[in-house]
Structure formats: structure tokens, C-alpha cells
Design a protein. Structure first.
Length: 395
């Protein structure tokens, strides 16, 4: 058996690759044979008669460069960025006295959302007014003592005491004002209540960002405390789409690549964004890495929580060698095509890359201008295998 195998290899090397069929006129399906290249040495060639080619339905096409898109597909989920989300809450217990925004409302930054009544606020306001009154009194007393000393009527001791009382009153007023700030009062609001002398337990909570109210636990008359997220606001005009990409594909992804998203809610529509972040940790179980896309959502149709098909475009649409996927056959782990030559159809091994649609990209193995079989190549493969089998039996 070993001797027969060695003899077969020697014959193949001596006489070249075997051919299928025996018609000397085979090898063309129209056009001049002189315009076609001879098959390179070492390529297995299939030769069929014109009738056999017609019966097999063999068709060929010229290899040309086309605009194509190389894509990497993954499953993703629409999320709301942390910077686009805000929670309105309060650090002290209170009762909801007014509700100015409900779920679904759009609010602008600084707009009143909730008004609470809090015992702490009432006490803080009272202390603030007392400290302000004490400061005014201490200032008046200090000015009086200064005048008395200047006129030679007062004594130095009284002036020193008045100065100390004024400094203490200033410190108390500043502490009372800071407590109001801790309770949620802005500088403008403190200035306002200073002039109006309102002793009220109410505090106004405003929207930290512009956005839509997506959740609310505000019930008129209801009690809340620091553990309650009273209102949640989301600005959905910019969203994230987090996709899980396999570790082996990480080198194909770069920040700034264009991404196309498709969601089940809007079949046939494409939403575009760009890769903004590539994770630094690999999931131990799935061996995937998070790739984040920023996508604008001005029409507010995309919703956080939606699932999405994520297509990362790996090239900018530059020309590439594309052939119909039907032109490429598999032989184990190899990919082959049949190239048309003057003396028949040569089997050629190629390297491919998946692209979008019914085409594949030829990375290596074909030159522009060559003709390849796009239909009937299965019959050519069968003829080639039959010819190789007959050649092996002949030896």
C-alpha cells in the first residue's frame, strides 16, 4: 500500500494535476481562449465539454472591487447613561405638600418638581431669623459704643464687649445660613426669605437636569425620608447600547467606529451611533467584553431596557474584493473557488472574511480581473474528485 501511494505521488509530480473529462475542446464557455490565462502550475484543473458545461449550468463572473461593509455583530441592550439620570430625594423626613411633575412630564433643569414640609426646615428657618435679628442688634450696639467712646462718654471695656458680641452674632448667623443650605436652600432662596421673613416649614425640590420623569413616589400628603427616591428623571436624548463582544474579536473593535442598531420595536429601521468605550475586564464565564455605543435619540423612540442587534462597522465602506457567497465552497477547514482559465477551471484555495449580505470578502487568493465560477461549482468539484479518484485507481 505504501509503495502504491509513493508511486501515485511520483506520477502526479511528473505529469501535473489530474483533469476531469477528456474533451480537448473543453475549457471555455464563450469568448476567446487566447484572452484567458493558462492555469498556473500546481492547480487542479477540471475540463468539461461545452455540452457538459451547459448541462451543469456553469456560469462565471469577473472578480471586481465593490463597496462593501465588514461588520461584527453582537447582542446589546439600550441603557441610560448615569450622567443623563438624576434622582430627586431629600435628606430629612418630610410631607409632600405640592406635586408639580408627574410621570411622563418633561422638566427643565431648575424647574420645581416637589414641595415638602419638614420640621427640620421650620426649625432651621426660625433659628436663622433669630440669628439675623441678633446680628442686627449686636451691630447697632457696637456702633453705639463706638460713638460713646469717640465722644469721651463711654468706656473701653464696653466697646470691647460689644465687639465680641458682634463677632459671636456673625458666627451664629453664618452657621444658621449654612444649615439652610444643607437643607436644600440656594443662595437666592436664602436671600429671598431673609427679606420676606417667612417662617415656613416648606422646602422646594427642583430638577437637577432636564429630562423626562420616568418614576415618582410623590403622593400628596405622603411622608418621605432620606431612603426614598421621590422622583427619577432621565434625559433620553443620548443613550448607551452595551454589547457583549467575544474576546477573540476584541482586536476588530476600536473607539470611534460607526455602529448600527436594530431593535424589534422598529423592524427595518437603523439607528446609528459610535463606539465610545471598550471594557477593561473579560467576563470569566462568557469570555466577552463590554463594548459601549453612544447613540443620539432626539425623537425619543429608543427606550432604556430595549434589546438591540448591534452591528459594528469594521471599515468605512472602502472598496474590497467581494464575490457571491455561492461561489465559495468548503473543503473541511479550507475555502475554495474555481477560476476560469483557457484550459479549464482551476481549483483555487482562498481566504475569506464575512461581510454583510449574500457576499463574502476575498482576503487572499484572487486577483482583480480573474473569472470565477458562481454557479455550477458543485458539479465541477464532483468532477474534480471523480478525476482524482480515477487517477488514483489508474496507478
Amino acid at each position: 500500500m505504501i509503495g502504491r501511494t509513493v508511486l501515485l505521488v511520483a506520477c502526479l509530480l511528473a505529469f501535473g494535476p489530474p483533469s476531469a473529462g477528456c474533451d480537448p475542446s473543453a475549457g471555455t464557455s464563450g469568448g476567446s481562449a487566447r484572452a484567458q490565462r493558462q492555469s498556473p502550475p500546481g492547480e487542479a484543473v477540471v475540463r468539461l465539454s461545452s455540452a457538459s458545461l451547459e448541462l451543469a449550468g456553469v456560469e462565471s463572473a469577473r472578480v471586481e472591487a465593490h463597496q462593501g461593509r465588514r461588520v461584527l455583530k453582537a447582542m446589546g441592550k439600550i441603557l441610560s447613561p448615569q450622567a443623563q439620570t438624576a434622582i430627586v430625594s431629600y435628606s430629612f423626613p418630610g410631607r409632600v405638600s405640592e406635586v408639580h411633575a408627574k410621570v411622563g412630564d418633561w422638566v427643565e433643569k431648575g424647574q420645581t418638581v416637589i414641595v415638602l414640609e419638614s420640621q427640620e426646615v421650620g426649625e432651621a428657618r426660625s433659628e436663622f431669623f433669630k440669628s439675623v435679628a441678633a446680628l442686627v442688634l449686636a451691630k447697632m450696639n457696637l456702633e453705639r459704643e463706638k460713638r460713646l467712646v469717640e465722644n469721651g462718654i463711654g468706656v473701653k471695656k464696653g466697646l470691647v464687649t460689644a465687639e465680641a458680641d458682634y463677632v459671636m452674632a456673625q458666627a451664629n448667623a453664618e452657621a444658621a445660613e449654612k444649615r439652610l443650605h444643607v437643607l436644600g436652600f440656594t443662595e437666592e432662596r436664602v436671600e429671598e426669605i431673609t427679606h420676606k421673613h417667612e417662617i415656613s416649614p416648606s422646602v422646594t425640590l427642583t430638577a437637577p437636569i432636564s429630562g423626562k420623569v420616568v418614576a415618582s413616589k410623590a403622593i400628596l400628603g405622603g411622608m418621605v425620608d432620606q431612603t426614598v427616591e421621590i422622583v427619577t428623571i432621565v434625559d433620553p436624548r443620548l443613550l448607551w447600547a452595551d454589547a457583549e463582544v467575544y474576546e477573540k474579536d476584541l482586536a476588530k473593535v476600536k473607539v470611534g467606529q460607526t455602529v448600527e442598531l436594530c431593535v424589534p420595536a422598529y423592524l427595518g429601521e437603523v439607528f446609528r451611533g459610535k463606539v465610545s468605550y471598550i471594557g477593561d475586564l473579560v467576563d470569566e464565564e462568557t469570555r466577552t467584553i463590554t463594548v459601549r455605543t453612544e447613540v443620539t435619540n432626539d425623537d425619543l423612540r429608543l427606550k432604556p431596557g430595549m434589546f438591540a442587534d448591534v452591528c459594528i462597522l469594521r471599515n468605512g465602506g472602502e472598496p474590497m474584493v467581494l464575490v457571491p457567497s455561492a461561489a465559495v465552497l468548503e473543503e473541511g477547514e479550507r475555502k475554495i473557488v474555481f477560476v476560469k482559465h483557457a484550459d479549464g477551471f482551476a481549483r483555487r484555495e482562498v481566504e475569506t472574511c464575512c461581510v454583510e449580505g449574500d457576499e463574502v470578502e476575498i482576503v487572499k487568493g484572487l486577483d482583480l480581473g480573474e473569472e470565477i465560477v458562481v454557479r455550477g461549482n458543485h458539479q465541477l468539484k464532483s468532477e474534480l474528485q471523480r478525476g482524482l479518484l480515477e487517477a488514483s485507481h489508474a496507478h
